[in-house]
Design a protein around this ligand. Structure first.
Ligand SMILES: [Zn+2]
Length: 368
């Protein structure tokens, strides 16, 4: 498993690097063909220069009850081409390091080994199993979302191979919804010394608006509001005509989305003469725990039989599991490797977790 992981990690595949992603897709496709899967490479519906999706289907055994299980993962990483030179793939002390090891090339390997395990034990899945590998999860999944939702609607369960939480690899049973709003302010330029009374300061207006939206946060209810990028003004001595903020918004409950969006849409200028424009919204709905509860209990029971302690966690970060859970399809996330440092130069997985997670995935696929 570590050797295959090394092969995948050495193919650099940033979300924006279509050639790199497609090279990984080709390598993956040949591994799936070796395992008798029906392999289909699909140009995403809204391509935007992204790489291809890869859909690999395992047929169910005879007399199966029908239906489908969807296993989700992504081929893209957050690392630009060239990162590998300063962050090479290496294995040391029970850890494998390198760009995208944890998030989530280990997940790609785990899926292949789960299928190997099923073949070796002559266990046929009870349902059709579709593995969908997408090229743009790290940048919002805009190109892949239609395909993800189409497959999810046909599925009895969705298993997501994003990394587990921490070195214990806790499964993820709840994720916050994620959105972004942009507040654009237009004021009026004037000389800050000669005729300041003729100006309308867009930076001041924006500061007041940020203070207002910061008050929309209710951390105990799982709602956070953070202005992350702010720009405005041209130079000193000039009253700023324009300013703009991008605001990150997250919420734990789907029921809070309409209220939050309405509060942003209802923002009005505070300073006389200022104009504001608010755009954006919550684009990844929350994955609520109730959608994962039964699958988690099933994973825990299967883990017990294999001597694996299975724990759960919740996170403020989104994944493609948010989309599938929001459709009402039971979704269990964090089934990928255990490790730490995702999206950083120190990213690694615990190699021990590779076979453990392959066993767990194989057990889930055969039990659901
Ligand atoms: Zn990921």
């Amino acid at each position: 498993m570590t050797r295959l992981l090394g092969r995948f990690v050495r193919i650099e595949s940033s979300s924006y690097d279509r050639a790199g992603v497609n090279q990984l897709v080709a390598a993956l496709a040949s591994e799936w063909k070796k395992r008798d899967a029906r392999v289909e490479r699909v140009r995403p519906a809204k391509a935007h220069g992204r790489g291809d999706l890869l859909r690999c289907e395992l047929r169910p055994g005879r007399g199966a009850p029908g239906g489908q299980i969807l296993v989700l993962g992504h081929t893209d990483t957050v690392y630009e081409r060239g990162t590998l030179a300063g962050m090479p793939f290496r294995v040391s002390g029970g850890r494998a390091f390198g760009p995208g090891t944890l998030d989530m090339k280990a997940g790609l390997v785990i899926a292949l080994s789960a299928v190997d395990a099923l073949h070796a034990l002559r266990v046929a899945p009870r349902r059709r199993v579709v593995f969908l590998w997408t090229p743009d999860e790290e940048i919002g999944s805009e190109a892949s979302r239609p395909a993800i939702e189409r497959e999810a609607r046909r599925s009895a369960a969705v298993l997501v191979l994003e990394p587990g939480t921490g070195t214990r690899g806790k499964l993820k049973t709840a994720r916050k919804g994620v959105g972004e709003f942009t507040i654009e302010v237009t004021g009026r330029a004037a000389h800050a010394g000669v005729n300041p009374e003729d100006g309308v300061n867009a930076v001041h207006e924006l500061a007041l608006q940020i203070a207002r939206v910061a008050g929309f946060g209710e951390p105990r209810r799982g709602i956070t509001v953070n202005a992350d990028v702010v720009e405005g003004g041209t130079r000193t001595n000039v009253i700023a005509e324009r300013a703009r903020a991008r605001v990150d918004v997250r919420c734990a409950r789907a029921a809070d989305i309409p209220r939050l969006e309405a509060r942003f849409r209802r923002l009005r200028p505070i300073l006389p003469g200022a104009k504001i424009r608010v755009t954006g919204g919550i684009d990844r709905p929350p994955m609520e725990r109730r959608m994962a509860e039964r699958l988690f209990e099933q994973a825990q029971a299967l883990g017990r039989e294999m001597g694996l302690g299975i724990e759960e966690s919740s996170t403020g970060g989104g994944s493609d599991g948010n989309f599938t859970a929001a459709l009402g399809v039971p979704t269990l996330d964090g089934l990928g490797a255990a490790g730490a440092g995702a999206h950083t130069p120190g990213e690694y997985i615990l190699t021990r977790s590779l076979p453990e997670r392959a066993a767990l995935l194989a057990a889930l696929i055969s039990a659901i």
